[in-house]
Design a protein around this ligand. Structure first.
Ligand code: NAD
Ligand code: WQD
Length: 341
């Protein structure tokens, strides 16, 4: 059957990156079919997506480990591709609950690939992470650098799924497997209607900083100022979530015209220190953000940022938004959050 649909399965579609990607998919003529078990997102994101896009969006509250549910969704919608965001992503939590992370991230991905194969869906785009790069490497990281010497179970689940995809692609030359290694996604859609909304106390810098700026949390702890970096604080590659989402649409366009395994870094290619981010966020929110220097966080590296030449040359993707845009859009979302959608 020739598929006339432009249906794209989006697992984890109500999550932070999935929801922003849903907007970009619709803007580019695709029809996202969202699957999410709401383990780290809220159903009202769907209403907000409908408001932003003016479209009714198909959503299934399902776990990707429910193969029967996946099977019926694929049978009904005959997707062209799958963009696979669904996953648990908290590094510290993964150390305490490794079996939960392997079940969710690895077994879930394997079940998804099984169902794709059963329905002859050839294209998969996977949310991987810069965490897969060996911990002893120095930036800028290129896609050719070694992976797998990872310091935590979360990163190992990402590495394992990457290796699974490569091994499966080696058995079927018609498959198109795209691995996107994200660095540090931050920011929010310009509408202020969707953004990063982690449940509980945030682990990551910008959502934590945002809660201090809004008064929800008292003070930001800066994990160490004795690294060999521009000002002693940790340097990371922050990428606006909308730039990241647009990268997925470009990867999808490419995936539908190609086969084999393609791996790309999605980052800004620039590194900013904690203090630089703090300064930009204070400009965005117009307040001084209380903070204190504490000891290093176990497992942290001094600096991480991407070499993005490969994605620029092969896909023509490049970030368009800078650190101030990221902080301003994040702050607008924080101010609007909780308002009626
Ligand atoms: P998120 O938690 O906001 O989104 C993930 C979504 O997947 C959530 O809505 C959650 O409810 C859903 N989900 C989780 N397990 C599921 C399951 N078994 N079945 C169905 N739905 C499930 O996270 P995010 O920041 O949007 O990240 C999306 C993906 O990108 C994740 O795989 C994450 O590991 C990866 N990633 C994120 C970052 C980052 O800093 N945000 C960096 C690198 C990679
Ligand atoms: C950024 C910088 C901290 C919080 C993590 C995961 C990675 C990926 C992205 C999923 C570091 C400092 C942070 C705070 C701080 N997620 N910091 N005070 O660690 O680069 O990457 O998120 O794939 O896998 O490891 O991001 O935002 O936690 O930290 O000083 O309260 O901010 O030390 O230098 P990280 P982060």
């Amino acid at each position: 059957m020739i598929s006339m649909s432009k249906n794209i399965i989006v697992t984890g579609g109500l999550g932070y990156i999935g929801s922003h990607s849903c907007v970009e998919l619709i803007d580019h003529g695709y029809t996202p079919i969202l699957i999410d078990n709401l383990s780290n997102s809220k159903k009202d994101v769907l209403d907000r997506l409908c408001k932003i896009t003016g479209q009714n969006i198909v959503f299934y509250e399902e776990d990707i480990r429910n193969r029967e549910a996946l099977d019926s969704i694929f049978e009904k919608h005959h997707p062209l591709s799958v963009i696979h965001f669904a996953g648990l992503k908290a590094v510290g939590e993964s150390v305490d609950q490794p079996a939960r992370y392997y079940s969710n991230n690895v077994k879930g991905s394997l079940y998804l690939i099984d169902v794709m194969k059963a329905h002859d869906v050839k294209s998969l785009i996977f949310s991987s992470s810069a965490t897969v790069y060996n911990v002893d490497l120095s930036p800028p990281f290129t896609e050719a650098m070694p992976t797998g010497q990872v310091g935590n179970p979360y990163g190992r689940t990402k590495y394992m799924v990457e290796e699974m995809m490569k091994d499966i692609a080696a058995t079927d030359a018609s498959l198109s497997m795209t691995i996107l290694r994200y660095f540090n996604p931050v920011g929010a859609h310009e509408s202020g209607l969707i953004g990063e909304d982690p449940q509980g106390i945030p682990n990551n810098l910008m959502p934590y900083m945002a809660k201090v700026a809004s008064g929800d949390l008292a003070e930001l702890s800066i994990y160490g100022d004795d690294y060999e970096t521009i000002d002693g604080t940790g340097v990371r590659d922050y990428i606006h979530v909308v730039d990241l989402a647009r990268g997925h649409v470009m990867a999808l366009d490419q995936s539908l015209k190609s086969t084999g395994v393609n791996i790309y870094n999605l980052g800004s290619g620039d590194g900013y220190s904690v203090k630089q981010v703090l300064s930009s966020y204070e400009s965005a929110c117009g307040n001084v953000i209380p903070c204190k220097i504490v000891g290093r966080r176990p497992g942290d590296i001094a600096a991480s940022y991407a070499d993005i030449k490969k994605v620029q040359n092969e896909m023509g993707w490049a970030p368009t938004k800078n650190l101030d845009d990221m902080c301003q859009d994040s702050w607008r979302w924080i101010q609007n959050r909780g308002k009626a959608s």
